[in-house]
Design a protein around this ligand. Sequence first.
Ligand code: 5GP
Ligand code: ZN
Length: 136
Amino acid sequence: MDCIFCKIVKGEIPCAKIYEDKEFLAFLSIGPVNKGHTLVIPKEHSKNLFDFPKAEESDLVEFLKKVADAVVKGTGADGFNLSLNNGKAAGQLVFHTHFHIIPRFNNDGLKSWPEEGYINNEEMEDYRKKISDSLD
Ligand code: 5GP
Ligand code: ZN
């Protein structure tokens, strides 16, 4: 399969490895938002979170916390953002599930997302219902 992150897992492409266990691998992004920006990927290929195997879900949060703690301590960050771009519209460029751990610094100049707001409470209720009714 022509997946760049699978090639990293197999050692066919080098990476700046932070840590790995049986299921997951953490390494530095080559295009850091802030230096120390780390990617966490499951070793098994899945294209996004919806495709991510259930069996691995239970160990994921523990792995993310361990790596995020090291990112914060190692870079001297004041906080971090944990994010996942799911789908092209959300900015996903590499279609192998991955989480971004981005170290954040007081006054690093990065802006949070703008807030759009709802026209009124009815519109908010409409969105609440549409999403709630879509739960499987
Ligand atoms: P996405 O936009 O898909 O959520 O994020 C892709 C991430 O992978 C970006 O942080 C990008 O800089 C990083 N990236 C893309 N190609 C490579 C690569 O070959 N090696 C490493 N280490 N990171 C990569
Ligand atoms: Zn892959």
